[in-house]
Ligand binder design. Sequence first.
Ligand code: SF4
Length: 348
Amino acid sequence: MERIDIKSLNLEELTAQLKELGLPAFRAKQIYQWVHEKLVASFDDMTNLSKGLRDQLKERYELITLQIVDVRISQIDGTRKYLFGLPDGHIIESVLMKYKHGNSVCISSQVGCRMGCRFCASTLDGLERNLRPSEMLDQIYRIQTDLGERVSNVVVMGSGEPMDNYDNLIRFIHLLTDEHGLNISQRNITVSTCGIVPGILKLAEEDLQITLALSLHAPNDEVRKTLMPVANKYKLVDILAACHQYFVKTGRRLTFEYSLVSGVNDNLDEARALVNLIKDQQAHVNLIPVNPIKERDYVQSNQKAIQEFKGYLEKHGINVTVRREMGRDIGGACGQLRKSYMDQKKED
Ligand code: SF4
């Protein structure tokens, strides 16, 4: 019999299941806290349960725990890149960034990705599979345990398109913000999408206070299509209307991510077009100097172009920052560490 993924169950579901085994509600709460608050990696660590009960749990449930395969720590800013092994042997990547306001973890939501963005290493081998809620959570749980410090912010911006794994994403958010678990504030969670319109509209109805980030990367559909195949499916006018709807429903200011690629989307004509496109949105623009990846020929914009682009947006009343490059000394763009690990394994 296939065992149930206990870390993906909410407290209500766990209570109902344990009731069937004749266990009282307080036991479910104890077990839930072991899993989601004390972050134990095995049933045997649940020391206030009898051995008999622990054995019973092991028979019925699986406690998904990721294995740390590699960690790289930046000597410059303390950023840590983690490679995790999943129970079925797949490898995923997560990043911890240390800021003054707290520890922030960027997690993956899928193994690989099928969106095909031209500047992204995560998509080079396509989509392998969706991550379960437990596998998304455990990236944070293992990092918090390894670091010995609380994680306060979570960004779903690693490998994968979160809207392509929608139900697991929503369950993950509810578990992560549960008062009997890590209890991370919804306002400290950001979900980044490449612009899946039905997903954005659905998320707007979830009654959540999370931040929605849109990977915009171009001021018009033509340029966007050269960078992101998803632009052939959803037009900017519809994506931005959905984003506005998200703001109306939640009151949460949006984030627009814009990777600057030299000669592709970083001149002043594009800055002007971008201002026209988003001037009526309640949004913050995050400019990202694109990380070169060896399989593509994109080059990072130079400092002068970045500052001119930023200056133009500011002059026209757009709230804008340039993303600080974190962990510069521990290897490139998101998904690249995993990619080089997998390539290395293929050669061995
Ligand atoms: S940028 Fe995001 S959506 Fe695009 S291919 Fe990479 S992981 Fe997928």
